[in-house]
Design a protein around this ligand. Sequence first.
Ligand SMILES: Cc1cc2nc3c(=O)[nH]c(=O)nc-3n(C[C@H](O)[C@H](O)[C@H](O)COP(=O)(O)OP(=O)(O)OC[C@H]3O[C@@H](n4cnc5c(N)ncnc54)[C@H](O)[C@@H]3O)c2cc1C
Length: 466
Amino acid sequence: MSNVIRCCHCQFDISIPVVVIGAGAAGLIAGLAAHGNGAQVLIVERDANPSGSTALSSGLIPACNTRWQAASKVADNVETFSRDIRNKNKGEADELLVDKSCSVSGEVLHWLADNHGQNFDLLEGFLYPGHSVHRMHCHPKRTGKALIDSLVTAVDKAGIDIMTSATVTDIFASESSDIRGIRILRPDGSTEDIGCESLILACNGFGGNPGMVSKYIPEMAGAMYFGHQGNLGDAVNWGLELGAAVKNMAAYQGHGSVAIPHGALITWAIMMEGGIQLNSNGIRFSNEHEGYSEQSIKVLQQPGGTAWNIYDERLHQLGLEFDDYREAFESGAIRHFASIDELANGIGVSAGIIASSVEDIKAYKTGKKNCPFGRKFQETSILDGPPYYGVKVTGALFHTQGGLSVDTQAKVLRKDNSALPNLFAAGGAAVGVSGKGVEGYLSGNGLLMAVSLGYLAGRSAANMVK
Ligand SMILES: Cc1cc2nc3c(=O)[nH]c(=O)nc-3n(C[C@H](O)[C@H](O)[C@H](O)COP(=O)(O)OP(=O)(O)OC[C@H]3O[C@@H](n4cnc5c(N)ncnc54)[C@H](O)[C@@H]3O)c2cc1C
């Protein structure tokens, strides 16, 4: 339960100028940025080991104007990147925030590489839906776990303290919502109070709080939550008590490709490069290229709330380039079918239905027929089996994109757009750039706001305490 304790002259035994709540990508980057701008920083994390949704993620960070893009001769800039975001969110996000997050995205990655030993690769080979150029950057191991571990190492090297197994339960603030400190609950039930001059909320959104999901995102009430369980909406609840505004609370990243019952993420690259989704009646039901986020709902609306991802050997090999997919394969989630008959049998439909779907796709590819859902098969390869591969999937909630209203310096805002005195928010704690619902999420919007706002919040909080 998150609370705000009002106090005028609170006294604390320990006081640290900048306190950051949450040690995911946003919190760790905020800590590094505040420290680099001369402030003493403490990062407080509820888990024994920092992980957050960042560790569960694929770790793909979109950024433009980077040296990694230049090395691959990818022409990209703030205008192109922000246009892609706007095209996806239909102009429903704060324009200034879109521009700011895009304009610092490359700068942050260069700073992390040059000052904090982070390594990035540009992900090439296929484009995620809605991105007009290759701009996904990742740790060479291509996992969110590698990203978070590498950031923790950088924080340790910088000499920044991370207090783990420390859940922040309360915030101390004056009547005018000037933050004075935080209360921490330890696993043994003891509490500690720590003063601060500015506070950064980097404790993500409310995906792990079923009550808040039902309230703000009723269409995902009861859906599988695939993010970090410790993200309980504390930032939103504290912010509201402090008089902050929240925005776009129904926005979220969903995913239409989580293997069941294994609970493994099946990379959307397979759909982008030619795979299709069939429902349990063996029928296609959507344009798989509109985006994996909105596909969560489309899959949940099918009989049983499930679908089958169907693809061929070439796409199976592409999948094997991803850790998550390899793990799913090793766990038996991915089934191999030597013929259309076997595939039909696996799904539980007649071979004729599957054969006709495959024939339709060939006709879409050659232009003899138009895909009723508007997918352009000309741009991708057709299914080229047998053999075929199939995996039963469902739609899931990955993370929430609504949150505290912030300005372009990550300062938390009231409804009248005035800033709270010394409160900042980054990553999933703050409103994202994904508009008002599930359709507005462009791949990478999650880590974009963790990385960009984390950097901005850290610098702003440090400047405030100088
Ligand atoms: C499966 C999956 C794949 C994804 N892939 C991508 C991707 O490739 N690219 C992309 O851009 N986005 C992706 N995302 C979204 C991305 O993971 C998030 O947007 C991003 O990690 C948010 O970072 P964060 O630092 O705000 O939150 P987190 O990484 O979740 O960190 C928040 C931390 O705050 C801590 N915390 C919470 N409350 C408290 C409290 N009261 N006291 C102390 N600590 C607290 C939590 O324990 C947690 O460690 C993915 C998400 C999922 C679930």
